[in-house]
Design a protein around this ligand. Sequence first.
Ligand code: SF4
Ligand code: SF4
Length: 519
Amino acid sequence: MAHSHMRVALEQGEPLSPDQLLDIPIFQDIPRSLLEKNRGAVVRRRFEKGDLICREGEYGSTAFYILQGRCQVFISSPIAHVKSRKEEGAGVGLMGLVRTFTSYLTGREEDPRREASQQTYIPIDAPIDLDYHHPVGELGPGDLFGEMTCMSFYPRSATVRAVEDCQVLEMLRNILDFLLKKSKTLKRHLDEAYRQRAMDNHLRSVPIFAGLTDAFLDHLRQRVELLRLDPGEVICRQGEAADSFYLIRLGFVKVAQQHPGGELVLAYLGRGQYFGEMGLLSGEPRTATCTALDHVEVVRISKGDFDLMMREFPDVRVHLEAEAARRAEAGERMARLGPDIPLDDFLGQGLMEAQDVLLIDLERCTRCDDCVRACADAHDGITRLIRDGLRYDKYLVATSCRSCMDPLCMIGCPVGSIRRKHSLEIIIEDWCIGCGLCARQCPYGNINMHEFGERRGEGEGVAGKKATPLKKAITCDLCTGLREPSCVYACPHQAALRVNPRRFFADQLISIRSPEATH
Ligand code: SF4
Ligand code: SF4
């Protein structure tokens, strides 16, 4: 799929010869032989005012570098979450009044969600972030966008439209990779653009850093180190002395701990998130290993500057310490898992990976679907639970989020709108653009894409003119605001259970092996 798109995209431009490329400053550090070998991997595209260059949510495999002209970059998906309103009395069915639900979108201001973040910017695959309330920005000559799409094949994070006649280079990954590693001109430009346009935003938009002064940010601006890492590169290792604090500029970082039973993934962190504070605050060795999952760029703040920040901004220290304690507690909670059960079926169904599953005891369940209705009622009419799935023992493992130890759904969201809270539930923020990547990544089909309308195509260019359905991702939030999950509470036959499968089935195993044992 990526290849056919790549061919279409590059077929549309004017291929540039090595001589033409070497006239462009960012290519001057690239050996001619490499450009010869990759003829056709960079094309010049001309866009007229109003043309679309790329569209959010679409897959691609190229990055764009603006030579001339200005472009607008924006998110056209509504910044809102899906809710439904009940309409009762539309008719009378066997069970009484028929209830129907109408879906609608609502925003943070009019209908705040307890679990949603108050982040004020939306991270995108460009040198700038977009404002939550007005997600529109401008790019100009020398700006590169689509780096993550090109390097890691993630969906496009935003739509880009020419606001005047533009000339843009479109390039494939082998060239971009080389440019990012070897072109001093491009690195200088990208790093400077980051220091001037995005760094303040990144630091300030992390709520605990909101109080940093302009003077301190100016102090940091030229002192921070900007690092690029290849997939699999270790950024810091469990057990090592802590010497830096990191803020993620691009890509995804896996935070994992080694335990006697294997590796436990504590989190996947994306653009705008940070790590490395725990060891610096405690003076203890690193508690986890942080590894680049894909093409990653991080801002490294040295221990000296971090300590200075802690001394000058005691409020930041208090908040960071609280956050470090929450992270440590979440890590411990995840590590407190029951004993392993050597059952192929258990492993085959991914239950070893799950921390919290919804089981339905098929000997008790009467198929009344009260659990499904309760889930819909608790979530404004949209159920996050499907009473279907794999069987294990006498249980149905229902289609509902399992809080995986390794939550693959969180890798690659182009706008960073899916995350996990400390209590392990998955949260999808209002700025989800509905690309569907998380739903495809979840191996258990536990994220649903909810359609709520259609977007009419606009403009010309790569993205073309077409109507596409508008969608938002939804998933189980474990009903964390309630004393008990709604599905479990509603079941009149105590057939629905929310359990840690390792512990739950370990108990079952013990009781099967030794009938005198009690729970
Ligand atoms: S949505 Fe899927 S991958 Fe993500 S935590 Fe839930 S079950 Fe695991
Ligand atoms: S939350 Fe899922 S559907 Fe929404 S933008 Fe992120 S990856 Fe795409």
